[in-house]
Design a protein around this ligand. Structure first.
Ligand code: AOF
Ligand code: ZN
Length: 375
């Protein structure tokens, strides 16, 4: 049954926007610096085209979906998770493609904050006589576009802080033994998390302690290899580190200014990109906000921070730097002489304690994965 022109079935609209959001979610971690957008095109109640932002950020979702719909796009409705672009970037505007294809109705989940678009796409579609609805499942779309929106509005990427600890919040024994606290299913889930982020961020202490590879080792998951970023104020990272020899994806090292060029050259020769970031107040670490702004300036929108305890605490100390927590808990305890997941914040008053709202709970194998958002 087709609804009369101008009247639409809200349940069907919501179901189709949900389908577009699911397509958008597929691209997370693979489209930076662009957002991951989903588009579903329907005609007479049947889906005739689906598309999502291609790895690397182009082509855009709408043109992918239009390509699949072909002539069926004439008189069709397009459901898009972000306002279609109206600017000439490296691809022609999606608004023009929708108009040229003869789409007659566009349902948009949220406006695009990019100043080149920012309502202009909606206006252009309306000016062409297309019926446009804005705001369907906007909260869900904001969650998917959170990294892109944070960069566009605050020059900061979305940060998910991932930690894996015992029930009592320990990540190693007194002697430093840390492998493995969580089981294989949790580690697999952690790799999937890496794949949905543009980059993994660790402190150099973690590199020295564990010599990790830090890539997403699920075949086909990270279509664009996850960037591996090391916060290394003192330039302690050895040029022989495993991540420089193994695994996929670029290695970026952020350090404080003033190191001799030879020290940088050794790491650059090993394949790393090295850049300088302002130090923190102690001069020993990096300023967490400056580090994140530098990553946003390089195009990253979604960062998975994986510790160690110093980096995690530095991020949490910064106002509004950590957006989400992904905390794995193993059903085990180490006790007070073990290494804590977090260095001191420090905190004296409970009223100043950062609080979170749980958004999901999963049980990978014997472990728990709780995800939280800043409250
Ligand atoms: C869309 N559909 O799938 C995406 C959009 O550099 P360009 O030309 O690729 O443009 C990037 C901008 O386009 C980006 O900042 C955002 O505003 C929008 N992304 N728009 O219509 C898409 N990924
Ligand atoms: Zn576009």
């Amino acid at each position: 049954m087709t609804a009369a022109p101008g009247t639409h079935d809200p349940l069907q609209d919501a179901a189709l926007m949900r389908a577009a959001l699911a397509l958008a979610a597929r691209g997370l971690g693979n489209t930076w610096p662009n957002p991951s957008v989903g588009c579903v095109i329907t005609r007479d109640g049947a889906v005739v085209g689906r598309g999502w932002t291609a790895p690397g950020g182009r082509p855009h979702a709408e043109t992918e979906a239009l390509k699949r719909a072909g002539h069926a796009a004439r008189g069709a409705t397009a459901y898009v998770t972000l306002e279609p672009c109206c600017h000439w970037g490296r691809t022609p505007p999606c608004t023009d493609a929708l108009i040229a294809a003869g789409v007659t109705r566009v349902v948009v989940a949220m406006r695009d904050p990019d100043p080149r678009v920012d309502g202009g796409g909606i206006e252009k579609l309306r000016a062409a006589g297309i019926e446009v609805t804005v705001g369907l499942l906007e909260a869900e779309a904001r969650a998917i576009n959170a990294g892109f929106v944070k960069v566009a509005t605050r020059n900061l990427p979305l940060v998910t802080l991932k930690l894996a600890s015992t029930l009592d919040g320990r990540i190693a024994t007194r002697t430093g033994e840390s492998q493995w606290i969580t089981g294989p299913a949790a580690r697999h889930a952690a790799h999937a998390l890496r794949g949905r982020h543009d980059a993994v961020l660790v402190g150099s202490g973690t590199v020295l302690a564990d010599d990790p590879e830090l890539s997403c080792r699920i075949p086909g998951f990270a279509r664009i290899p996850t960037v591996r970023v090391v916060a290394d104020a003192r330039l302690r990272m050895p040029a022989t580190a495993r991540m420089l020899r193994e695994g996929q994806g670029p290695v970026w090292i952020a350090t404080r200014p003033g190191h001799p060029p030879e020290a940088l050259a050794a790491l650059q020769d090993a394949g790393a990109t090295v850049f300088e970031v302002a130090p923190d107040a102690s001069g020993q670490g990096l300023d967490a906000g400056a580090l994140l702004r530098a990553l946003a300036a390089r195009g990253l929108t979604r960062i998975l921070a994986e510790g160690g305890a110093g980096l995690a605490a530095a991020l949490l100390r910064g106002e509004g730097l950590v957006d989400r927590l992904a905390w794995f808990h193993a059903p085990a305890v180490i006790g007070g002489d073990g290494r804590p997941a977090l260095d001191a914040l420090p905190l004296e008053l409970l009223s100043a304690m950062p609080r979170y709202r749980r958004t999901s709970l999963a049980q990978p194998g014997p472990d728990l994965l709780s995800e939280f958002e800043a409250a």
